[in-house]
Design a protein. Structure first.
Lengths: 158, 788
């Protein structure tokens, strides 16, 4: 098996895996990082949403060979550290709005939310209702309205 | 208390009896409990029924018959009364434990699937013990057969059935802590106060409950009598609280079954048949697939071909590489149209046509998926003489018994751990993955971590069955004379333990020998309106499908049909939908909730053409719910572009009012109502399975259109009505039926039609079906092209 080197949550890692092995299974089955969840395996449900170099990415659709040694993968477990705090402001907003129900989609939702806020900020604008409508992450518990409220609140704190 | 409540007392003694106490100043009702023999303080409730409750006569078929012309069985006894009565005798077996670190532990014999019962349970204990909520640790109990009917999570019954026993156990613990503190502090117990987990005496001396945990323990069981707090003394129950597991959820630390690190439990998947429940004929390349990278095992099992590998990615590759010849399944050649014909053949007659004017309609409801986001999954470690299972299970005792039987092991040799579930919606009443994982682990002799692919979960997983509902309502002038509903459904599999509950209590149920599904139907359905004579019947057909209860079971379809007919009746009798309902609702609780949504939602406001309001009502689980929605059916909204998504009409505003009697955690209740609304929107507008050639076409969340952000109402208001009965009703499923119905009614009013086929978009296939061979799609490889 070939070796692949990249960064996860601030640390350099090297794993043995087939070139085509998707990052989701490298994280979950080889590295034991279980925050990113499986919900479809075809980049539809977005439950595995994490960050690659600070932007939202879906590990179920990334062959591990595509990662370079300098690429920084951030999962929900590493999010707080990017803000240098116990909790990222978006996580705190999530707690304050009591967003989670079963919690299964929540790591992906939070990672998607943080990336959305960063993106619109880079575009020099504020989050719109259309931006929120465009979030594809499924919440089968249907806590969509609290997700929207928490994103707006979390954005104000970021 | 109404006469109906008195009739119900025998079945629900512990629930209803309290409301009869105190009013005359006789003093608070006392409950019996136990201090159990344990190293630290452990307490439980005494299961004996209250004397006045036991003395009341059980309802009987004769009582029900005497109530004609409208024999609504649920007025005498409903599903929740039955489940509560069944759970009560073993309430002494669930215990509150005080630990030396000052925490309080409770292993809840129910499944947490997102509905918030670990939080509400912790609140009950915190309230009665006067300990901080964050010191209460609620975990999920392993399967415990000795609990009999007291470990089934369903019918929104958890809080209804555990409200009293858990508080009694906590109150016993509190009393015992005070006794022990009195000895330690050299004070009279009556001079002590227990607050925030610390006992304080009049002189300022204090001791924490952790330091008392051993001192308050008992070497032998002791029976004690306690009083519970009155509602006016509550400082935790009835106050909005955040979930106790929220921090774990937002940090990724919350563990679901597939997140558990069970030694050697290798990733495992199953190559499944192209048609529903097809069987393996032969495998052409098992040896070759066994040699694929990472693959450790390939084995034919009863449901397909299992593969175990180092990673799930390797499992997906192996499943896709298998060349299997398949034998036919259980729905071979069937389609939506052919099942609709079967239903038509099974429909019961509505009786002779009425001599007065009437409204009559037939509604069709497509198959729907109760897939959760966490797919079916389980870990199994089966050894020759024992087995250990980890899975999200709402009926773990039945799972344990079935797995033991399948493995040929005695039940005590099978340990079943209940894990936190990533949603249920009815799916986790069954244990398909746990049973399958046990079979695979036995076959290959290794522990397995089994995961169903999303495509498996959607195509082979359980469904809410296709159904029709036929309604006829006769009216004259401003009166409704009769209401008949005939619900006809593909059979719903209810073989998850509720059946045993009914069997055990059969002699006490006023239903006679009408069969299990009909019993469930009659115990869960009611007509909340004063419609003269009414009757409701269920007919079932075709057991060839993998079905199960889906959140709120029969009620969404039954209620949607009824509420659409109610709108027609309103039009025929010259009233608007709100005032018609208000005038015909039977009781004040119901009217209050309906009036609340009409007021908060500004019922009757002028709206542009192509948009409209809809209003609907539903009562169940000792609770009532009313929903008002506004919908936008204008072309520019219906056609708004979303990639690979169904847009369609949008619910632009929703107002829900719920009266659950007593809301233990109003914030949690609001969350459940929000979810119920999203389910209702999906059921009316977008979500269904299409059956073609013996299989379901949907294999992805972009095929099965559950509500997404772009379908979410921009404006939502949820109103928790003030406490009425003082006893908690059910909440987890309560809002689905009225939500579905309100959206349907709003659509009807916006378009000037009465929709009769659900979901509305079922006739249009909005996606390209994925192949069935191989059964699971390959994962994409272009992920880095889409970072954003």
């Amino acid at each position: 098996m070939p070796e692949h080197t990249f960064r996860v949550n601030g640390e350099q890692v090297t794993v043995e895996a087939a070139d085509s092995e998707r990052l989701l299974w490298v994280l979950r089955d080889i590295l034991g990082i279980t925050g990113p969840k499986y919900g479809c395996g075809i980049n539809v449900c977005k439950a595995c949403t994490s960050h690659v170099n600070g932007k939202a990415a879906n590990p179920c659709a990334i062959p591990v060979k595509d990662l370079r040694p300098t690429d920084e993968v951030t999962t929900i477990e590493g999010l707080a550290a990017t803000a240098g705090a116990e909790l990222h402001p978006m996580q705190q907003a999530w707690l304050d709005h009591d967003v989670a129900q079963c919690g299964y989609c929540q790591p992906g939702q939070i990672m998607a939310a943080v990336a959305l806020v960063r993106r619109v900020r880079e575009e020099g604008r504020r989050i719109t209702e259309d931006d929120l409508d465009g979030i594809r992450n499924i919440c089968r518990c249907g806590t969509y309205v609290r997700i929207r409220e928490a994103i707006k609140d979390g954005a104000a704190r970021m | 208390m109404t006469g109906d409540d008195r009739d119900r007392r025998d079945l629900a003694g512990p629930r209803t009896a309290r409301s009869s106490t105190g009013a005359q100043g006789i003093g608070r009702r006392r409950f019996l409990g136990y201090v159990l023999a344990a190293p630290t303080l452990a307490t439980a409730a005494e299961p004996a029924l209250a004397p006045e409750a036991a003395a009341a006569g059980a309802p009987s078929a004769a009582d029900a018959a005497a109530a004609v012309p409208s024999p609504d069985l649920t007025e005498l006894v409903d599903l929740n009364d039955v489940m509560t009565a069944a759970a009560w005798p073993t309430s002494n077996l669930i215990k509150v434990v005080v630990n030396k670190d000052g925490t309080v532990s409770f292993a809840l014999p129910r499944a947490e699937v997102g509905q918030g019962i670990t939080t509400s349970t912790a609140m009950l204990i915190a309230e009665e013990m006067d300990v901080p909520l964050d010191r209460v640790r609620v975990t999920l109990a392993d399967a415990r057969p000795e609990l009999a009917f007291n470990q089934l999570t369903g019918a929104s019954n958890t809080t209804i059935s555990t409200y009293t026993p858990i508080r009694v156990a906590a109150a016993v613990a509190r009393g015992r802590l005070l006794e022990a503190a009195a000895v330690e502090l050299g004070a009279k117990a009556t001079d002590l106060t227990l607050k925030a987990g610390v006992v304080t005496d009049l002189a300022g001396g204090s001791i924490g409950i952790g330091a008392l945990a051993e001192k308050a323990a008992s070497d032998e069981p002791r029976r004690v009598s306690v009083q519970l707090k009155e509602r006016g003394e509550f400082t935790v129950i009835g106050t909005p609280r955040n979930r106790i597991d929220a921090l774990e959820a937002v940090t990724g630390r919350k563990k679901f079954a597939m997140d558990l690190d069970v030694p050697d439990a290798g990733p495992t998947m199953v190559c499944r048949p192209p048609t529903l429940n097809g069987k393996v004929g032969s495998v052409a390349n098992a040896e070759q697939v066994s040699g694929m990278p990472g693959v450790t095992h390939v084995a034919v099992i009863s449901t397909g071909v299992a593969v175990r590998a180092r990673t799930f990615g390797q499992c997906i590759d192996a499943v896709r590489a298998l060349r299997v010849s398949w034998r036919p399944g259980s729905a071979e050649g069937k389609s939506d149209a052919s099942v609709r014909e079967e239903l038509r053949d099974a429909e019961l007659p509505l009786g002779l046509p009425p001599v007065t004017p009437s409204v009559e309609a037939t509604f069709t409801f497509a198959f729907r998926s109760n897939s959760a986001l966490e797919p079916n999954c389980a870990i199994a470690d089966v050894r020759p003489d024992r087995a250990e299972i980890w899975s999200g299970l709402k009926a773990p005792i039945v799972a344990k018994q079935a797995i033991a039987a399948k493995l040929g092991l005695p039940p005590h040799a099978v340990t079943v751990h209940v894990t936190e579930s990533g949603g249920s919606f009815g799916r986790r009443l069954f244990f398909d993955a746990a049973l399958e994982a046990a079979e695979i682990s036995r076959k290959i002799g290794e522990p397995v971590k089994l995961m169903w692919h999303r495509a498996d979960d959607s195509r082979q997983g359980r469904t809410h069955p296709m159904a029709t509902s036929r309604v006829r309502a006769a009216y004259l002038g401003k009166s409704v004379l009769s209401y008949r509903q005939r619900h006809t459904s593909v059979a719903t599999d209810l073989s998850h333990g509720l059946g045993e509950v009914f069997t055990a209590l059969a002699a006490r149920l006023p239903v006679g020998d009408i069969g299990f599904s009909e019993t469930f139907f009659q115990l869960s359905q009611s007509t909340p309106y004063d419609f003269g004579f009414h009757s409701r019947l269920l007919a079932e057909t075709d057991k060839g499908f993998n079905t199960g209860s889906m959140r709120n079971v029969y009620s969404p379809d039954v209620t949607c049909a009824r509420e659409l007919v109610v709108d027609r009746l309103a039009a025929k009798t010259g009233k608007d939908p709100f005032s018609f309902r208000r005038d015909f609702l039977r009781d004040d609780r119901s009217r209050a909730a309906l009036e609340k949504v009409a007021e908060a939602g500004n019922w009757g406001r002028a709206m542009p053409e192509g948009t409209a309001q809809g209003i609907a009502f539903h009562s169940e689980y000792h609770a009532v719910s009313a929903v008002l929605v506004e919908i936008d059916c204008r072309p520019e909204t219906v056609g708004r572009p979303i990639r690979d998504g169904v847009t369609g009409p949008r619910v632009t505003r929703a107002v829900l009012a719920v009266d659950v009697g007593l809301a233990v955690n109003p914030r949690g209740l609001e969350a459940q109502m929000m979810g119920c609304l999203m389910d209702g929107i999906a059921l009316t507008l977008t979500s269904s399975l299409h059956l073609r050639d013996g299989y379901f076409l949907e294999a992805s969340w972009d095929n099965y259109f559950y509500t997404r952000q772009w379908n979410t109402p921009p404006e939502l208001e949820i109103i928790v009505m003030p406490t009425t009965t003082g006893e908690p009703g059910g909440a987890g499923e309560l809002g689905v039926a009225a939500s579905m119905a309100a959206v349907a009614c709003a659509y009807g009013r916006a378009t000037g039609t009465m929709p009769t086929s659900f979901p509305l978009n079922h006739g249009t296939l909005s996606f390209e079906p994925k192949p069935t061979v191989p059964p699971v799609p390959a994962s994409p490889t272009d992920g880095l092209d889409h970072v954003r």
